[in-house]
Design a protein around this ligand. Structure first.
Ligand code: URA
Length: 435
């Protein structure tokens, strides 16, 4: 088999066989296929597309390119959750404990944030002492005894994706639906769960800016899950406003704890219940409606909060943070941002809200940057709210005074006011399962 023939075939819009896609992935991962040929194929795929069967074959080859987690040491149906990323998305911190409190094991590997989006690992690291890196046998033993462990990625999962993603980033081939779907799903399949719930975000703070694009990606990923024998469903959810009110690591963990105490913001609480219900449904805990009720109960009876405490303690963190927020890293500087005029909040450019938090120190512009776990923003407004001139729109938190002016400017530019009450969009646009 020759790489040039594979590129030629895709250039002409023909269908690649499983063997050709496996040849490409294996050769590129090993280094026998050079970057220029891989880049040419990515561009041909970007321009000519791939059908669902090809996308599934590419994904399976990428998933098989490195280690594949074997979760058979954990009892029960293991359900994973993946969000395509957004601003203020701390759902794992609430959904995981709810699901674990229902007796479904949660063995989750999470990632770090980059650019305007946050990552669960950075949030967890704002809990003093919390270990995100633990040996596999201890990881399994915590999941089996406590019911939940949240850690960083271990092993060499989907190295083909790591290499391909870096190449796509510099060859204008990131925005290809089959390449995005295979990239995300290869990592999920290699992580080893039996079933997967996908939270595909749509809107100004998301990778997919429109609901149409989000649906298309969701359908492709659900089909891949099905081909791989993993029961997969996707929710299409609103990322046209930050999720909840807090952006930034320790601020988001505090909001997650408040939600586990039954005092979270409505949008964030409702999304957590829906995601947890879908995970419980895939774990065969009953109908979706039964599972929603179960999820609500586990918050109301305090058992989800207790799971969160137990997980923190098992992973070396200080569980007292749940009751005493002063244990979290604190920002030495706060600045209130007040409305310069009255009006309805008509739109929030969510990506720019995330960038404002990043400028304060909550996120990274490049993978090498360090972060300030105390930095971030608490928003007092949601689209549709009426604000009076002088009313507080948000509070900025940081330890670096030099970041404040830029962050304020960025946040102000992202909040749009209007004299007309806007139509508020739904939190959940829809659900996709395999047809
Ligand atoms: N996230 C991924 O993991 N891969 C992509 O290609 C895009 C977003």
């Amino acid at each position: 088999m020759r790489m040039i023939d594979i590129i030629e075939k895709k250039k002409l819009g023909q269908t690649l066989s499983d063997a050709e896609l496996a040849f490409f992935v294996e050769g590129y991962t090993k280094g026998s296929i050079p970057d220029y040929q891989a880049a040419a194929l990515c561009m041909a795929i970007r321009l000519m597309g791939m059908d669902s069967k090809e996308t599934a074959a590419l994904t399976m080859a990428m998933a098989a390119s490195g280690d594949q987690s074997d979760l058979s040491g954990i009892k029960g149906i293991k359900v994973d959750k993946h969000s395509t990323g957004g601003v203020g998305d701390k759902t794992t911190l609430v959904v995981g404990p709810i699901v674990a409190a229902c007796g479904v094991p949660v063995a989750k590997m999470s990632g770090r944030g980059l650019g305007h989006t946050g990552g669960t690992l950075d949030k967890l690291e704002s809990i003093p002492g919390y270990r995100i890196s633990i040996p596999t046998d201890e990881f399994f033993s915590i999941v089996n005894s406590v019911g939940i462990a949240l850690i960083g990625q271990t092993g060499n999962l989907a190295p083909a994706d790591k290499k391909l993603y870096a190449l796509r980033d510099v060859t204008a081939t990131v925005d290809s639906l089959p390449l995005i779907a295979s990239s995300i799903m290869s990592k999920k399949l290699a992580s080893g769960a039996d079933a997967i719930v996908l939270d595909v975000k749509a809107g100004s703070g998301a990778f997919m800016k429109t609901t149409e694009a989000a649906y298309a990606l969701a359908k492709e990923m659900v089909a891949i899950g099905h081909h791989a024998g993993r029961n997969t469903v996707a929710l299409i959810t609103n990322m046209d406003q930050p999720l909840g009110c807090s952006i930034g690591n320790s601020l988001e963990v505090i909001e997650a704890i408040e939600t586990l105490k039954g005092k979270g913001p409505d949008d964030f609480n409702d999304l957590c219940i829906e995601l947890a219900a879908n995970m419980l449904f895939l774990a065969e805990k009953g109908s979706l409606d039964d599972c929603r009720k179960l999820a609500v109960q586990r918050i109301a009876d305090g058992s989800a909060l207790q799971k969160f405490r137990d997980m923190i303690a098992a992973q070396g963190g200080d569980p007292a943070v749940v009751d005493d927020y002063s244990i979290f890293p604190q920002a030495s500087i706060q600045r209130e941002i007040c409305a310069e005029e009255s009006g309805y909040v008509s739109h929030m450019d969510t990506q720019n809200c995330g960038i404002s938090a990043m400028l304060l120190g909550a996120g990274r512009a490049t993978k090498e940057d360090s972060i300030d776990h105390a930095a971030g923003i608490i928003l007092n407004i949601k689209p549709g709210d009426f604000v009076e001139k002088g009313q507080t729109l948000a509070v900025l938190y940081t330890n670096d005074p030099n970041t404040l002016d830029n962050a304020e400017q960025q946040l102000r530019a992202s909040i749009h006011l209007s004299s007309v009450k806007p139509q508020v969009q739904p939190l959940i646009y829809g659900r996709v399962e395999f047809e």
